[in-house]
Design a binder for this molecule. Structure first.
Ligand SMILES: [Zn+2]
Length: 221
């Protein structure tokens, strides 16, 4: 089975949830972009001009510059491979600009034959529907997707805090994020295809369990 899983999907496809499920089933490490960024911001020198600039961009909802983010990601990849652990990437590469450096690090660490690419597909309408009804928990901001299986939930399954809806999850902003995915992230799939990678497409408009069983089937097949 592949030792690296790159998950690429539009907002609302549940890729974070699926990555967590893969982590749990196979003991792989789920490398989350937001956690890498938060950790490095926390450890940075408070007077570092470049980092402070990046912090501003990040807080405004913009992507970080690859020249700052990619070295952080590669450092984490190298640490994980040292432990001999498999890896799931759920938020990166997010743009063509990030892709060559990330791919080189993965190929050097794990070997090209051990890298699997999974693309969970979701229509714009479904993305809006799911994100639009998305809630987060008050205590830790755990996302609760708008799936039927969570409809009756009123408190966070992980910490018991109340669930709230954010203004950020407005339909027009979700449509924008979906367009950004098509403009910036979907071309990464073309890049990978051109470099000889097979893209395993999974229908994201199914239940969480069905999407997961399709993923497992791809990984075992
Ligand atoms: Zn929570």
């Amino acid at each position: 089975m592949s030792k690296v899983i790159i998950l690429i999907a539009p907002p609302g496809a549940g890729k974070g949830t699926q990555a967590d499920m893969i982590e749990e089933k196979f003991g792989y490490h789920h490398l989350e972009t937001s956690k890498i960024i938060e950790k490095n911001f926390l450890n940075a020198d408070p007077d570092d001009v470049v980092i402070n600039e990046e912090k501003k961009r990040w807080l405004a909802g913009e992507l970080m510059k690859p020249s700052t983010f990619v070295p952080w990601l590669i450092e984490d990849i190298k640490n994980i491979v040292t432990n001999g652990q498999g890896l799931i990437l759920s938020g990166s590469p997010r743009t063509i600009a990030e892709t060559p450096a990330v791919l080189t690090a993965l190929e050097e660490s794990y070997g090209r034959e051990n890298i699997a690419v999974l693309n969970i597909e979701l229509s714009e309408e479904e993305s809006v529907k799911r994100n639009g009804g998305r809630r987060i928990c008050q205590a830790n901001r755990h996302p609760i997707p708008n799936f039927p299986e969570f409809a009756n939930l009123t408190t966070c399954p992980q910490d018991g805090s109340p669930l709230i809806t954010r203004a950020l999850d407005k339909p027009e902003i979700i449509r924008e994020r979906y367009q950004v995915y098509w403009r910036d992230t979907a071309p990464v799939l073309d890049y990978l295809r051109e470099h000889g990678y097979q893209i395993n497409v999974i229908n994201g408009e199914q239940s969480i369990e069905k999407v997961f069983s399709d993923i497992v089937q791809h990984l075992n097949g």
